[in-house]
Write a protein that binds this ligand. Sequence first.
Ligand SMILES: Nc1nc2c(ncn2[C@@H]2O[C@H](COP(=O)(O)OP(=O)(O)OP(=O)(O)O)[C@@H](O)[C@H]2O)c(=O)[nH]1
Length: 371
Amino acid sequence: MAAQLSGVWLNSPAATLAGNVLHSRGSRFPSATVSTAHTSTSTPTIQIVGGKNLGQNGTESSKFSSTLDIDPEEFDWVELEADLYHWTKALRPVQWYPGHIAKTEKELKDQLKLMDVVIEVRDARIPMSTSHPQMGSWLGNRKRIVVLNREDMISTADRNAWANYYARLGTKVVFSNGQLGMGTMKLSRLAKDMSGGVNIKRKAKGLLPRPVRAGIIGYPNVGKSSLINRLLKRRMCPAAPRPGVTRELKWVRFGKDLELLDSPGIIPMRMNDQSAAIKLAICDDIGERSYDFSEVAAILVQILARLPAVGNKALCDRYKIEIDGRDGRTFVQKLALRMFNGDTHQAAFRILSDFRKGKFGWVALERPPKS
Ligand SMILES: Nc1nc2c(ncn2[C@@H]2O[C@H](COP(=O)(O)OP(=O)(O)OP(=O)(O)O)[C@@H](O)[C@H]2O)c(=O)[nH]1
């Protein structure tokens, strides 16, 4: 079954960035060579820069030109995941399970029987980490649509990879932008089409037709309420840039033939997968009290340094700090010393918020398994 895709295929800055920086094929992890090749003494002041400006004196670009010589499509995501597993093992575990989530989980299970179709919203940057491990058993054979929201925050190549993956699985997928509304009409049409059988059965029993009921569920902060608000063109559900804003389940009507359930974000009681937990923290999809900013930013630096669409060079260009091998912790400390009077929390916050704002280009932190 072909994947269902929303209309707009964006040429993201990440794709452009990757296109601009692909020089040649070379070592698999060129980043390791950079720290020994560069000395920091040539950087007089720290300055945040964006775009393609390669440095204050124009020479740094050549020193770092070898950091991105890997074909993004050849990148070994499995190896990155394996490293991420080891990096996160030593850290304090990230756990977040506020009381309202336990309550929601229970209520959602009760409401499931009312739903004709379940719309599972995920963060397009981390579709695997925003997939609840128990979702399959809760839903059983229920009709399901997977929504990859925040499509604006990934590259075209990321999007194509996920679209192909879901097409292979035969899963209905819609890419959406909950801020601007892209994909929402497609989603409502698909929900109605998939549930058309409900009213055929009702008619056969002599019952009047009723609106199709679609439950919108997913991790915190992935954009569930925003999608509903965009569809309704009204702010019916609370939405804000932090996890845990929606606290109550709420059915709202869209036209005469669709009802949507907005629900608070759910997350496993115990996050066994700490790589996923760190990615949730990086993407701001988990309460910020649950993690240490410096640790999470250090891991983010290590991930970004490895990603072909970002690499050491983008980090160095932005902060005018070289990365020592793959040591994100030292990078955060150096940034703290240079810009924030030694305050690593502030330095970490800057790196995380730069990533969340797309200052390194729009890149996904996950790609689907190859087969
Ligand atoms: N860039 C971008 N931001 C989005 C998108 N969708 C939603 N947002 C933003 O993400 C934040 C969270 O959106 P919400 O709709 O509150 O998320 P939620 O899933 O309902 O969150 P909970 O209440 O925690 O369950 C808001 O600041 C939205 O403006 C999108 O597609 N792209």
